[in-house]
Structures are given as structure tokens and as C-alpha cells.
Design a protein around this ligand. Structure first.
Ligand code: IMP
Length: 421
């Protein structure tokens, strides 16, 4: 089997971790290609719940290679903590490989992230993991990469140089300077742990592809957090759409077969930025409570709203999604009526695509279509035919509006609550 890519089609938190866990049944390798530990991919196996931030979600399947690709930004201390935690719970991390080209995140990036947010007129509501500053250093060509973990003397010089530069910024802004010696001691310990995992993951990925093995690229965040196509500036700093898999994993677009889009049956967003279908009423609270919509990384309550088909259609177009995995359908079980946003109204103009400016998107009001709910539990359904008729109609309508095909439906957090459409 060639290569499949799986991405989020909304603002992240669509349930990608679970889907990837299900799809990895037949997979030989899973590759993370962008983002960092701002992601929180939740996987439930039996009565055990795991939240992965950097380690690919294939880790629970024996023998599946798990690559952290060149496009990821990696906090080495956070990665070691995550790997040690997995090992302490009996999960082997022997199959993890960390790209020698992935950029590293240090304490100074996190502090710069917080400093920017504290002083910003337009707060982004970042996860505070130093993602933006690390990608900024990458683009400015002053970043430190995975390959340096193997050359500690060289890495120490680079680290001290960058830490001193950031300390000037901190002091100038009235923030306490970092103790560089203390920080280096921690970084060095993490580096020593990680050394044996550092590899040229581009070569590993391409060797697997050439050998005809099954490879899955695991996207993090979602289409509207994409640095180019998202609700800029309220976005993350990486390419979250399917094209990012090629750049961030070092593979050719020619090798990609299916592109999976994970789409929640309603919409959520964490952090700041426009969200046309956001609900501030009892329906929004129901979605949050029933859906357990609290951030896996930061614990923040997520903003909740109805399904936005304008956004869905746009992200299916951006990523070329030919297979949709609709998640959390069961969260809609108790609604008498359900609304679907089919277009936006911007000052009397009907929009069918996402506008570029956040001012326009904030001013746009959703045009809704109301459909009847199904008012019963879907949690035990294991096929489309076992779903209530109105739930089947809802799925068909979503697929039609976003111009793609439903291939998988998920009706609960467990592995077994997922079925092929
Ligand atoms: P950053 O990625 O920490 O810089 O945060 C930028 C924006 O992306 C903020 O609105 C975050 O809440 C959002 N974000 C980042 N990662 C995730 C994620 O995994 N799920 C949902 N939102 C995210």
C-alpha cells in the first residue's frame, strides 16, 4: 500500500489520535510531519487513556515505526518525559525515530511565547509551548536541529549563543533572564537520552515507501490553524494541510494515495480568533459537556458550535480529502434539532468560501439549515445501517455539502466505537 495522509479539517481536536490508532491496524509506519507538543492526541485502549503530544499515535501497535519528521518542532525535555511515561506504562518506544533535521524547542522559546502573548494587542491564545518562536528561529536560520543532539559540544555553543540573545530580549522587557547553566544541564540530560533515536527519517520513510510498506502521515491541529490557509493571525506556525506531509516528512507528492480528513460532527476551537458558528447558549454548553470539550494539552474549555460546511468544504478542497472520518456523532444524540451552516452572510453578500480577512470572517453571520435530530443513543451502532435514519441523513448531508465521502464514523471514544461507512 502506498502512503496515506490524515489531517484535521477544522480547528484541531477533531479526534485524529483515535482515528490514527484505528487506521494503524494495517500500517507499518506513522510519521508526524508538523507542529509539536501543542498537539494532544488522545487514544483510549480498553480502560487506559493516553494523550500523545509528540510521539506518533502508532506507538501502541507492536512493530510500527514511529517517525517524528523534519517538519516537527521538538521540545527535547517534553519528548523524554512523554517517552518515559509511555515506558512506565509498559509501552515500548524502541520504534521511535527523531529526525536529525527537526528543529528543537527550548525554555527560551516558551518564555518568548508567553512574553509575546502578554504584550500583544491581538492575543492568539497559544498553547504556550514555544511553537511560534521555534518556527520563527527556523525561518530566521538560527534554530538548533536534531542532528546537534549527537554533537554536544557544538550544541552547547549554539544553545548558549541563542539563550544569551533571548536573555537580552527578556531583560529588555522586564522578564527575568534564564539561568543558562541550569537550562543547559537539563537539555544535555534530554539530549543524552534521545541520541539513540536520532536518524535521517527522510531516508527511513522513503525506504519504507519504496519497499511498498504501509505508511501513514499523522497531521496535527487542523486546516484553519494552517499558517497559510487558516484564520491568520490566529493560527499555528506550520502547514497543517495535506501538502505539509511532503515538506515535513521529506516525501514526494507522487507517493500519496488517500487523504483522510477527520471532521467532528460539530465544530470546536481553542484559543482566540473568529468562529462563525460559535454558540454561547445552552446548546453550546451541551456540546462542551457531552463532548468533553476541554483541551488535551492545556485543559482549556473549548469553544463549541454547529457544523460549519463552508469551512468543511474549504478544507476538503485545500487538502484534497477523498475520505472523511466523521467523529463524535454521538455528541449530537440529545438534540431535537441540529443546525448546519451552509453559507455565510457578509453585509448582505452570500459567501460560500472562507474569506481571507479575520475582520470579514468575524463580521460574517452563518446561514443555517435546520435538520431534525435523532434523540437516541448512537453509541452502540457498528454500521451506518444501525444508525437512526436522521443520523444517516445528517452524515449524507454533511458529505454532500463538503463535497467528499464519509468513509469512517466514530460514535464514542473507544477503539471499538468506530466503523467503516
Ligand atoms: P500555538 O500552536 O501554541 O502557537 O497556538 C496557536 C493557535 O493554535 C492557538 O489558537 C492554539 O489554541 C491553537 N492550537 C495549537 N495546537 C492545537 C491543537 O492541537 N488543537 C487545537 N488548537 C491548537
Amino acid at each position: 500500500m502506498p502512503v496515506d495522509v490524515l489531517v484535521g479539517t477544522q480547528w484541531g481536536d477533531e479526534g485524529k489520535g483515535k482515528l490514527i490508532d484505528v487506521l494503524t491496524r494495517d500500517v507499518d509506519m506513522v510519521v508526524r510531519f508538523q507542529g509539536g507538543n501543542n498537539a494532544g492526541h488522545t487514544v483510549e485502549i480498553g480502560d487506559q487513556k493516553y494523550v500523545l503530544h509528540l510521539v506518533p499515535s502508532g506507538i501502541f501497535r507492536k512493530g510500527v515505526k514511529c517517525l517524528i519528521g523534519n517538519g516537527v518542532v521538538v521540545d527535547p525535555i517534553a519528548l523524554v518525559a512523554e517517552m518515559e511515561n509511555l515506558v512506565s506504562r509498559g509501552v515500548s518506544v524502541d520504534d521511535v525515530q527523531l529526525s536529525d533535521r527537526a528543529h528543537l524547542i527550548f525554555e527560551y522559546h516558551k518564555r518568548a511565547d508567553a512574553l509575546r502573548e502578554a504584550g500583544a494587542k491581538r492575543k492568539i491564545g497559544t498553547t504556550g509551548r514555544g511553537i511560534g518562536p521555534a518556527y520563527t528561529d527556523k525561518a530566521a536560520r538560527v534554530g538548533i536541529r536534531g542532528c546537534e543532539l549527537l554533537h554536544l559540544d557544538r550544541m552547547e555553543n549554539l544553545f548558549r549563543e541563542q539563550a544569551a540573545r533571548y536573555n537580552q530580549l527578556f531583560v529588555a522587557n522586564g522578564v527575568e533572564a534564564l539561568n543558562v547553566d541550569e537550562q543547559w544541564t537539563k537539555v544535555k540530560a534530554a539530549a543524552l537520552y534521545l541520541q539513540k533515536y536520532v536518524q535521517d527519517t527522510v531516508v527511513t520513510a522513503n525506504e519504507f515507501i519504496r519497499a511498498g510498506k504501509n505508511v501513514l502521515f499523522e497531521g496535527a491541529q487542523g486546516a484553519f490553524l494552517d499558517i497559510d490557509h487558516g484564520t491568520y493571525p490566529f493560527v499555528t506556525s506550520s502547514t497543517t494541510t495535506s501538502g505539509g506531509a511532503c515538506a515535513g516528512g521529506g516525501i514526494s507528492p507522487r507517493s500519496v494515495r488517500d487523504i483522510w480528513g477527520v471532521m467532528k460532527a460539530y465544530t470546536t476551537r481553542v484559543g482566540e480568533g473568529p468562529f462563525p458558528t460559535e454558540l454561547f447558549d445552552a446548546d453550546g454548553n451541551t456540546l462542551r459537556e457531552v463532548g468533553g470539550e476541554f483541551g488535551a494539552t492545556t485543559g482549556r474549555p473549548r469553544r463549541c458550535g454547529w457544523f460549519d460546511a463552508v469551512a468543511g468544504r474549504y478544507s476538503c478542497m485545500l487538502s484534497g480529502i477523498n475520505k472523511l472520518a466523521v467523529t463524535k456523532l454521538d455528541v449530537l444524540d440529545s438534540f431535537e434539532e441540529i443546525k448546519i451552516c451552509v453559507a455565510y452572510d457578509l453585509n448582505g453578500r452570500k459567501l460560500h468560501y472562507m474569506p481571507a480577512s479575520v475582520e470579514d470572517l468575524s463580521a460574517a453571520t452563518p446561514i443555517y439549515e435546520t435538520v431534525p435530530g435523532w434523540n437516541c443513543s448512537t453509541a452502540d451502532a457498528r454500521s451506518i445501517a444501525e444508525l437512526p435514519v436522521n443520523a444517516q441523513k445528517y452524515l449524507r448531508r454533511i458529505a454532500e455539502l463538503v463535497e467528499s465521502n464519509v468513509a469512517i464514523v466514530s460514535v464514542g471514544p473507544r477503539r471499538d466505537q468506530t466503523f467503516q461507512a
